[in-house]
Design a protein around this ligand. Structure first.
Ligand SMILES: Cc1cc2nc3c(=O)[nH]c(=O)nc-3n(C[C@H](O)[C@H](O)[C@H](O)COP(=O)(O)OP(=O)(O)OC[C@H]3O[C@@H](n4cnc5c(N)ncnc54)[C@H](O)[C@@H]3O)c2cc1C
Length: 395
């Protein structure tokens, strides 16, 4: 099929969020061009590869062994002094979900978009765009040189380092306290805790962040660290912290590193504005990463679906102005913003909290049966018993 002269929508970036946007729009029979600057979608991976079960239900994807490394039953959180808080299947099972093979997962989502009718082009980078009349003219670098395409609506799905949102006039600036610097190793020959993801907390371990171990098999896992930008003294800090943790822990020190990847995540509130005329920003580009966990796939894909619904409605009504796209802001904020605000406040506390207090909180939480107590009741009970930690639990 020949390309239309003007696409209904150009989606820039074929990470999971861009692909879901294109997939859902194509299912609504919109003409969609999905472009990705890298030659191979999903490569290199920059992700701990943990996703929840709700995430698959939300986008309408069946769990498939071809891109799932392992299914998780629960999580263990370690306090700075090593106290363990176990969150079993009934509490954390669906949340911890699966450890996936991100590159294959991302490729599957792009294939879904293509099969639904979207045109997918790799090694195609958006360089600039300008509005002329009622279309965007976007300058692309392709293997055949620079070309221009026209689109009624542009979606920025270009990730953490997004430039496209800025081209459309959105403020994407980040303070150093709202950035987390991460490095991760895939390690083989280590002791994993069965089908449990693990999180290690503490100022010496990972200042303002945590170390994670996400198992991908019996003796293999992603072992990574995120450190808050405001607490990094030197550039090599995250790597030094992770290397020290591994060398001091016999479960990990006997292992071999088979892959290294590094990247940044935003741990901020989402953008105050994610639309402008004929333009929407989604996923990491719109700062939708959960500020406490650093996970961004669920929130981003949730927003992608809301973006597709809103774009289809706006094109049908003929109003693609900022006002005509306002339903997108309402929809995604209703779904995920309150959780993001709560977790942002928790992250702010985590940066400043002392190891002693963190130990007390985790000790206190572990004394309750979490399957039988609501979060509100738990916070009240902890506050009554340990008034000194009330301050940090009062979120
Ligand atoms: C170390 C680390 C661990 C993480 N672990 C987890 C985890 O376990 N679970 C989780 O849910 N999240 C995790 N995250 C966050 C998660 O990876 C992101 O939230 C997720 O990738 C966001 O998807 P996205 O589609 O918005 O952006 P991305 O996946 O970043 O995709 C953006 C795409 O746009 C392309 N692009 C950029 N500019 C252009 C351009 N001008 N033209 C064309 N293409 C362009 C890029 O090449 C890229 O493919 C982690 C992040 C890091 C760094």
């Amino acid at each position: 099929m020949t390309d239309p002269e003007v696409w209904d929508c150009l989606v820039i970036g074929a990470g999971p969020v861009g692909s879901v946007t294109a997939w859902k729009l194509a299912e609504m029979e919109r003409s969609v061009l999905l472009i990705e600057k890298r030659p191979e979608i999903g490569v290199p991976v920059r992700c701990g590869e943990g996703i929840s079960k709700q995430m698959l239900d939300m986008v309408g994807l069946e769990a498939d062994p071809s891109w799932i490394s392992s299914e998780m039953d629960g999580a263990i959180i370690y306090s700075p002094s090593g106290l363990e808080l176990e969150l079993g299947p009934e509490i954390a099972g669906p949340e911890v979900g699966y450890v996936i093979r991100r590159e294959l997962f991302d490729q599957e989502l792009a294939r879904r978009a293509a099969r639904a009718g979207a045109k997918v082009r790799v090694r195609t980078e958006a360089l600039s765009m300008k509005r002329k009349g009622d279309v965007w003219i976007v300058n692309l670098r392709t293997m055949k040189g620079q070309v221009r395409v026209k689109a009624r609506i542009v979606v920025a799905a270009d990730g953490y380092e997004s430039q496209v949102s800025r081209w459309a006039g959105l403020d994407t600036s980040l303070s150093i306290r709202d950035m987390e610097s991460c490095i991760q190793y895939e390690m083989v020959g280590i002791d994993v805790r069965g089908r449990y993801t693990e999180f290690f907390l503490g100022k010496d371990i990972a200042p303002g962040g945590y170390i994670w171990c996400f198992p991908k098999g019996d003796d293999i896992a992603n072992v990574g660290i995120g450190i808050n930008g405001s607490l990094i003294k030197e550039k090599a800090d995250p790597k030094e912290h992770l290397d020290r943790f591994i060398s001091e822990n016999p479960r990990f020190s006997k292992g071999t590193i088979t892959e290294i990847n590094a990247g940044g995540v935003s741990v901020c509130l989402p953008l105050t504005k994610t639309i402008s005329e004929a333009f929407l920003s989604v996923g990491d580009a719109a700062r939708m990463i959960d500020p406490l966990t650093g996970g961004g796939v669920y929130n981003g894909c949730f927003a992608a679906i809301q973006a597709a619904i809103t774009i289809d409605e706006a094109l049908r009504s003929g109003d693609i102005s900022e006002k005509g796209l306002a339903a997108y802001e309402v929809r995604w904020r209703e779904g995920i913003e309150s959780e993001m605000i709560k977790n942002y406040l928790a992250k702010e506390k985590l940066i400043d909290i002392s190891d002693e207090v963190l130990d007390k909180v985790i000790e206190a939480i572990s004394e309750y049966d979490l399957s039988e107590i609501s979060t509100g009741e738990l916070l009240k009970a902890i506050g009554a018993r340990y008034p000194e930690v009330l301050e940090i639990t009062d979120l």
